[in-house]
Design a protein around this ligand. Structure first.
Ligand SMILES: Nc1ncnc2c1ncn2[C@@H]1O[C@H](COP(=O)(O)OP(=O)(O)OP(=O)(O)O)[C@@H](O)[C@H]1O
Length: 299
């Protein structure tokens, strides 16, 4: 598993990463969300050892990654603007990675060639940005490393390719317990893809949660009663937010769905509906709860 503990990274006097700790178990997809300038790229490049850290530890299976060639061979990093050697074709890059990563899987490379449908004899730098991203993902998956770290890999890819890439990565997670750390601006993009999500804001992790737990622990309720909202009910449920719209109340409630239903139904509402929230809505309410102005964060 990948563990980041008390990580700090400065650019001169500017502290871009402040005391970040993450625990990423093997075989999960871990999403890192943050607005422009939140520190995602800095964090990922510091985790992979491209940038030197100022403080803290980053370990893979309890072994420090910094200046540890063996540990680094288990990780493949796809940058937001992936680097390719000048004049190199996809095939040339593949041959280069073959010499670096002992885990390189030629059969997978060939299989993915059929999926991405990109000419392996074309110079990568002459390709469009989206195609270059696809090449990076194609090569990254072919290295067959234990860990794949991706900085906004889906940006610049069209909707069909985005789904295809997600599916390919997902299969690797299921089939061989690949561990994925992926950054994005977009909660909606990662909603159906991640097991865990963390929000980075001004270099700090302000929220980290397991997606399934989150989604099964917070609900939106629309409810109305003949004689108004019973005061006692408000005390019996864990209320995050309550908004009155005429006779109807919209409540955001934390807890088990069945328990919430049972409690509210016991007051004989004349209207009652309970729905799950999107990840974006959950984060919005959670962050309001811890005092962050979500609107100002603008993910
Ligand atoms: N080389 C650098 N020198 C000085 N400051 C830097 C450098 N690189 C990044 N920063 C600053 O560090 C902060 C975090 O930048 P970073 O690129 O890590 O954010 P990000 O979350 O990846 O942003 P984006 O979503 O826009 O790519 C920003 O305030 C940025 O201006």
């Amino acid at each position: 598993m990948l563990r980041v503990n008390g990580l700090y990274k400065k650019y001169d006097d500017f502290e871009a990463i402040k005391n970040v700790s993450l625990y990423i178990p093997r075989g999960v997809v871990y999403g890192l969300i943050g607005s422009n300038g939140a520190g995602k790229t800095t964090l990922l490049k510091t985790v992979t050892g491209i940038f030197e850290k100022d403080r803290g530890t980053v370990t893979l299976n309890e072994k420090e990654i910094y200046e540890n060639v063996e540990a680094k061979k288990k990780i493949f990093f796809i940058a937001d603007n992936p680097y390719f050697y000048p004049g190199y074709t996809v095939k040339d890059m593949a041959n280069f990675y073959k010499t670096v990563y002992e885990t390189w899987d030629e059969v997978k490379y060939e299989r993915l060639r059929g999926i991405f449908k990109i000419d392996e004899n074309k110079k990568v730098r002459n390709m469009s940005k989206g195609m270059q991203k696809q090449v990076a993902i194609w090569l990254g998956l072919s290295t067959n490393t234990d860990v794949l770290i991706l900085d906004e890999p889906l940006d610049g890819l069209d909707a069909v390719i985005r789904q295809r890439v997600k599916k390919l990565i997902f299969h690797e997670v299921i089939d061989r317990q690949l561990t994925v750390l992926i950054s994005s601006h977009n909660l909606r993009e990662l909603e159906d893809f991640c097991d865990y999500v963390a929000i980075l804001h001004s270099g700090e992790v302000i929220l980290e949660k397991e997606v399934e737990k989150l989604k099964s622990s917070i609900f939106k309720v629309e409810v109305a009663f003949n004689d108004g909202m019973p005061e006692e009910l408000m005390k019996r449920i864990k209320l995050i937010k309550a908004v009155q719209k005429g006779r109807m109340w919209v409540l955001v409630v934390e807890g088990e769905r069945i328990e919430i239903e049972k409690t509210i139904q016991s007051y004989n509402p004349i209207l009652f509906d309970i729905v799950s929230l999107t990840l974006e809505e959950i984060f919005m309410y959670e962050m309001e709860g811890i005092g962050y102005e979500y609107e100002n964060i603008n993910y």
